[in-house]
Design a protein around this ligand. Structure first.
Ligand SMILES: [Zn+2]
Length: 343
């Protein structure tokens, strides 16, 4: 009995504090605030009685994991299964291959458990998760999704339910802990390593090849057009030290680009910024862009969508259609990881 308690305490210590000792930065699908110290820990799942075969998965793990969710501005108590179904409905097209949806369910579960283990979000200390994509993950109710899905509603809802329940409790693990399972819509040739986007390296967020492209991703190429006045205003607001004088064609210098076109850094009016930062300032769909100038008009031609780190959702779908399982897809995008239940 005493030994069991000691093991439980050790487990709790590892789950809560290892990510801190380990010092991994918390970066979400989009730039997010730093995690806060774990002083107000949210409710955690209660451990079931030890099963006779303790190594096997416990059925219904998600459905017994209580989660405080801030959705539509209201705090509600739900469970992990209900929450994850809402996330998968909102984060990935339900028409995608079943294995891609399962990969998304595992990534979403991993992402929120990593966040909780890191002390949750300072934006909502009372809730484990919210429905704001700039803070946590998107979330959509069954009714809202059904309205969008129309005649496919029943079929898609069943696909989402299977994606979550057939991966019950599973996470992407690195050295036994849930990873920072960031994901994005689509990349250009390769994903990005965390270091080049967020200046913080993580062993499992490395650049890997990804197969999606113009023929498999809608709106893969996009443009954003600004007048010189509008562009100057937005840049000055975000980068007050930038010196933006004369023609906009002189404002952007020292552009550092990867072979596939991803801008890693550039100088804007003398201020060095990362390509991802400029993407955020100008609401570009990705940091893979070129800039063209025509009189008073400045055009950004953009490829892909998102920050490019971690799992590519459209890439996952292409890999799934090529025969990969969800575990293979996750291990493809999160280098050196395993998929399993936290022990
Ligand atoms: Zn949040």
């Amino acid at each position: 009995m005493g030994k069991q308690i000691a093991v439980s305490l050790l487990l709790i210590f590892l789950i809560f504090f290892l990510p801190w000792l380990w010092g991994g930065p918390a970066r979400a699908p989009e730039p997010r605030p730093e995690p806060q110290p774990a002083e107000d820990l949210p409710p955690q799942p209660e451990e079931d009685d030890p099963a006779p075969d303790s190594g096997s998965r416990e059925p219904g793990r998600d459905s017994t994991t209580v989660l405080n969710l801030l959705a539509d501005g209201k705090l509600q108590q739900t469970d992990m299964e209900t929450y994850l179904m809402g996330v998968v409905r909102a984060e990935m097209p339900a028409a995608f291959h079943q294995e891609a949806l399962k990969a998304q369910a595992v990534a979403a579960r991993t992402y929120i458990l990593h966040k909780i283990a890191g002390g949750g979000s300072a934006n909502h200390p009372q809730a484990d998760a919210c429905d704001d994509i700039t803070c946590c993950q998107a979330y959509k109710t069954q009714a809202d999704a059904a309205a969008d899905w129309g005649e496919h509603a029943a079929e898609y809802e069943e696909k989402i339910r299977r994606a979550v329940t057939e991966t019950d409790g599973e996470c992407v693990l690195y050295e036994g802990a849930p990873v920072l399972a960031v994901f994005h819509s689509s990349s250009v040739g390769t994903t990005q390593d965390a270091q080049s986007v967020w200046s913080a390296s993580l062993p499992y967020l490395q650049s890997v090849e990804t197969p999606e492209g113009e023929d498999t991703v809608p709106n893969y190429r996009s443009t954003a057009v600004f007048s010189a006045g509008e562009l100057g205003e937005r840049l000055r607001e975000a980068l007050p030290e930038a010196v933006l004088e004369g023609s906009p064609s002189n404002w952007f210098t020292n552009i550092q680009q990867q072979p596939a076109g991803m801008v890693t850094s550039l100088s804007v009016g003398g201020v060095e910024v990362g390509g991802n930062r400029l993407r955020t300032i100008l609401d570009l769909r990705s940091a893979c862009f070129t800039i063209a100038f025509d009189g008073d008009e400045v055009t950004f031609s953009v490829s892909g969508y998102g920050h490019g780190v971690g799992m590519s959702q459209y890439g996952s779908n292409v890999l799934a259609e090529g025969g990969m399982t969800y575990q293979e897809i996750l291990k493809w995008y999160y280098t050196g990881t395993e998929v399993g239940v936290i022990q």
